[in-house]
Design a protein around this ligand. Structure first.
Ligand code: DLZ
Length: 194
């Protein structure tokens, strides 16, 4: 039976060969998380020619840590990309100052934050889901680096497995694939919006 739910495929065939991607993932519920990370990476490399050497992968303990780590990694990459003050001005052979060269302040084109929350018997789930979703949105808006929300918020383990393509039903689907499509589209479009 067909369904109306889900994302339509991207309209264009985007070229991801020059994109630099940051993936930050949690290690809670690692079996599911690992499948999601793989789904995102395979989609970006196989379908958009994103180079594996241009994908930086970092892990944190839990989903609550995703926004902080992502924000710090984006900031650190920008510091590394900024030349020393002394190198900011170049001169011609006649000693004429040519002004600052373009400064690369955008080392990651996109970040994907991946985690899996599985509801337990306390309120932990609600607090972490709220903090992670708001935090990831804030990092994207504050940094200008689009941050894909790759956090599953599941009511039980079966839901998580189904959404990572590991379940037993016919409708199982790896959402990491969608996040890979989403990341490339947003990164390419954002370059045009800057
Ligand atoms: C504490 C906790 C719990 C109960 N459940 C999950 C979960 O299902 N998925 C996840 O990614 N992280 C969980 N955590 C850990 C928190 O995200 C966080 O790492 C700790 O509260 C420390 O800040």
């Amino acid at each position: 039976m067909s369904t109306v739910k889900g994302v339509a495929p991207p309209i264009e065939k985007y070229d991801g060969s020059s994109l630099r991607v940051l993936i930050v993932h949690a290690r809670w519920n690692a079996t599911v998380v690992d499948a999601l990370v793989k789904g995102a990476i395979d989609t970006m490399t196989n379908e958009y020619s994103v180079k594996s050497e241009n994908i930086t992968i970092q892990s944190v303990s839990g989903s609550y840590e995703l926004p902080f780590a992502t924000q710090r990694l984006i900031a650190a990459s920008r510091l590394q990309a900024t030349p020393n003050a002394a190198e900011l001005f170049s001169t011609t052979s006649t000693g004429e100052q040519t002004g600052p060269p373009p400064v690369n302040t955008q080392t990651f084109d996109v970040a994907i934050c991946i985690g899996v929350l599985i509801k337990g018997s306390t309120m932990h789930f609600e607090y972490i889901a709220d903090a992670a979703s708001n935090g990831i949105m804030r990092v994207g808006l504050d940094s200008g680096v689009p941050c894909v929300f790759g956090v599953l918020t599941c009511l039980n383990e079966d839901q998580a497995l189904e959404r990572a393509g590991l379940g037993s039903s016919e409708k199982k689907h790896n959402h990491g694939i969608d996040w890979g499509h989403c990341a490339v589209e947003l990164a390419v479009k954002n370059r045009g919006w800057m």
